[in-house]
Ligand binder design. Structure first.
Ligand SMILES: [Zn+2]
Length: 304
């Protein structure tokens, strides 16, 4: 089995499929079609999911040329005026359209801009790794509780969606939370959001990382796929036996040996089998679960 397939299966156990599918407390992502998206003026590239590493926070800030209110105030505060307006102004500015991955309004609505799979245009020279999220506040405005709640939800949703393989690509660790100014000389995202990045960011990253912690993601190490039972026949050699032996040594199951200590080697010996058996018995397994021949369960527990 390919490494990617193992990883996808493990993530699938705790995470569900479609973007927005885990909506709770009424949170969901409103797709571009919900705000009368009329297409990109220029081509926008896709980004493979596995290339994303950062969740970058923005405000609308002091950009005075973007303060033309094309929609009623409430439409801008609650959408869909916010994404529509930014999309229109970005096109007038000769860009492809709305530059952020998502926009969150003061009412806590989450509007899709470039989404999870398209290249955003919001962080200079750092767009490929970034999911860029704008809280739609201007300089001097404080983000609402609803907006912050939506931001937190979107952070976990981003990890959940991006950890689902698409075209064989997915993230394997939690996204790092940063503000625009951590990447470029700018005031963005302003003092309130900067506080959130610095004070809440590390805690949220830890919580998200815990979702990745179940095997085979433990410790963020590379997963060793189970080589198959044919790799473990008494007297036969296989490179997987070296991996197995190293794991036995690391975990201290080396009682059975040829009198010269237990060393890693390619041959599966009777000593190897008896040491594996000790490990299996220590798990409380009995019968064929403790025959000394590593199956997928023994392999995952011992090696991964
Ligand atoms: Zn910004």
């Amino acid at each position: 089995m390919a490494v990617g397939a193992v990883a996808a299966a493990a993530v699938g156990a705790s995470l569900t499929d479609a973007p927005g599918a885990s909506a709770e407390d009424g949170q969901r992502i409103r797709p571009r079609s919900d705000w009368d998206f009329d297409g990109w003026a220029k081509q926008v590239d896709s980004v493979a999911r596995g290339e994303r590493t950062h969740f970058v926070v923005h405000w609308q800030g002091p950009k005075s040329n973007w303060f033309k209110d094309l929609f009623k105030e409430d439409e801008i505060k609650n959408g869909p005026g916010a994404p529509k307006q930014m999309h229109k102004l970005a096109k007038e500015d000769d860009g492809p359209g709305i530059e952020y991955s998502f926009v969150i309004t003061q009412h806590g609505e989450i509007w899709e801009g470039r989404g999870f799979d398209l290249l955003a245009g919001a962080v200079e020279k750092f767009n490929t790794p970034s999911i860029s999220v704008q809280i739609h506040i201007r300089k001097g405005e404080t983000p609402s509780k609803n907006a912050m709640k939506a931001l937190e939800w979107l952070y976990f949703e981003s990890n959940r969606v991006l950890s689902r393989s698409k075209d064989g690509s997915q993230i394997k660790k939690a996204l790092q939370i940063t503000g625009h100014k951590d990447h470029f000389g700018t005031e963005c995202p302003g003092p309130d959001l900067e506080d959130w990045v610095n004070n809440d960011g590390p805690r949220l990253e830890g919580e998200a990382q815990a979702d990745f912690a179940a095997p085979p993601f433990e410790g963020g190490t590379t997963v060793e796929p189970y080589p198959g039972e044919q790799a473990f026949r008494i007297g036969k050699s296989d490179p997987a036996v070296v991996t197995l032996d190293k794991a036995l040594i690391k975990k201290g199951y080396t009682k059975h040996n040829d009198g010269n200590g237990y060393q890693a080697g390619e041959t599966f010996t009777e000593s190897t089998r008896l040491n594996v058996r000790d490990f299996q018995l220590a798990q409380g397994w009995t019968g064929s679960g403790a025959d000394g021949y590593p199956g997928p369960k023994t392999w995952d527990k011992l090696v991964n």
